[in-house]
Ligand binder design. Structure first.
Ligand code: AMP
Ligand code: ZN
Length: 129
């Protein structure tokens, strides 16, 4: 069996140093925080594409939502619960909101720390662009 040359703690340190959303989760880069939970953090997107545009991220680093589901399913549940709480706080739960998880470059993922977009406050079209 091949062993990872880098100890787990060093890997976490590397992520915290280099990953934008790890740095936001660590409080190193400021964000407009809307809600928090034990496992996740919700903050406003810096370039909103809807009146409500909030990102929900896990506090720990995974590259995408599928990795969260595989490694820590309870964290994924926590993220979806927090997204629902954001919708309540924003007053959009009844009218409806869209959860988006761009996964991979072809799907327009630009930050490779797992996140959900919570989008609401305008009517949405389908299919998405
Ligand atoms: P994605 O393209 O799905 O990976 O989403 C990444 C999102 O992160 C984009 O909508 C960006 O506008 C947003 N973003 C990038 N930097 C920041 C930041 N410092 N604070 C808040 N949102 C950010
Ligand atoms: Zn990260």
């Amino acid at each position: 069996m091949r062993r990872c040359a880098r100890p787990a703690l060093a890997r976490v340190r590397l992520m915290a140093d280099e990953c934008l959303f790890c740095r936001i989760a660590g409080g190193e880069i400021p964000a407009d925080v809307v809600a928090t939970s034990d496992e996740a953090l919700a903050f406003r997107d810096i370039t909103p594409v809807a009146p409500t545009h909030v990102l929900v991220i896990p506090r720990a680093h995974w590259a995408n939502l599928a990795e969260v589901a595989a490694a820590a399913p309870q964290t994924l549940v926590d993220m979806v619960r927090l997204a629902a709480e954001v919708a309540d706080i924003e007053g959009v739960a009844t009218d409806g909101y869209r959860l988006v998880a761009n996964t991979g470059a072809a799907a327009h993922q630009t930050v490779f720390h797992a996140h959900l977009h919570v989008l609401a406050g305008r009517s949405m079209t389908w299919p998405p662009g």
